[in-house]
Design a protein around this ligand. Structure first.
Ligand code: PCA
Length: 216
């Protein structure tokens, strides 16, 4: 059997939720094919440090050419293509292991930031053309998602053949029901969006310089 070549990660539920759309997506894509490539899906702990360690194990296992890391961003109104990972942990709430780092580097002595190496503008255009809400996001926050994103891009520095980045996804409808007035995107649309993220990344070696991809 051909080895998996695309890694999709999601996170376990956190912050009082019983599900996390990113985990549902990673589970459903695991073992499937997108654009003739096999996908490996992994669900990571929502914990500083541990999530990065689990990612490094998955990178070594899968040896992917493309990594799409996913996380939930409840309240966002679109699938968010994160532009940049920053070298800081600054948690508003405790993670699932009870840790709440404040103003700490992800990698001591590391660079201030890393850019996503996904073609984020081309992906936003492809998602919107497919009728899915999408935007470039200028910040993945300073919680476990940004931590994992920074750890991913740091690791990919030593794997120059692999590209990767981070995508935040909105609430699922059953979650939004407990957050009245907030936006939700059904799981089928979230899955379609992430398959399109993968397909567009594989087809787009260099990002398109499109104006208007960002909402902020
Ligand atoms: N979202 C959180 C961490 C895990 C997740 O799915 C975040 O945006 O940092």
């Amino acid at each position: 059997m051909q080895a998996p070549t695309i890694l999709v990660t999601g996170f376990e539920p956190f912050g009082g939720e019983s599900i996390n759309p990113s985990a549902e997506i990673a589970r459903r894509l695991d073992g499937g094919m997108v654009e003739g490539r096999r996908v490996a899906g992994r669900v990571l702990s929502c914990a500083f440090g541990r999530a990065r360690e689990e990612l490094l194990v998955a990178l070594a296992d899968v040896a992917p050419v493309l990594v799409v890391a996913l996380g939930q961003a409840g309240g966002r109104r679109e699938v968010s293509l994160e532009r940049v990972a920053i070298n800081v942990d600054d948690a508003r709430i405790a993670d699932n292991a009870g840790a709440q780092p404040i103003d700490r580097p992800v990698v001591a002595g590391g660079p201030v930031a890393y850019w996503s190496t996904l073609p984020i503008k081309a992906i936003v255009a492809a998602l919107r053309a497919a009728g899915l809400p999408a935007a470039v996001s200028q910040s993945a926050g300073t919680f476990v998602c940004n931590h994992l994103f920074f750890g991913l891009m740091h690791a990919l520095e030593r794997r120059p053949a692999a590209r990767g980045g981070f995508v935040h996804v909105p609430w699922l409808p059953e979650q939004a029901a407990r957050h009245p007035g907030e936006f939700a995107l059904p799981l089928a649309d979230q899955l379609r969006a992430i398959e399109l993220v993968i397909a567009t990344a594989l087809k787009t070696p260099t990002d398109a310089a499109l104006a208007g991809g960002a909402l902020s």
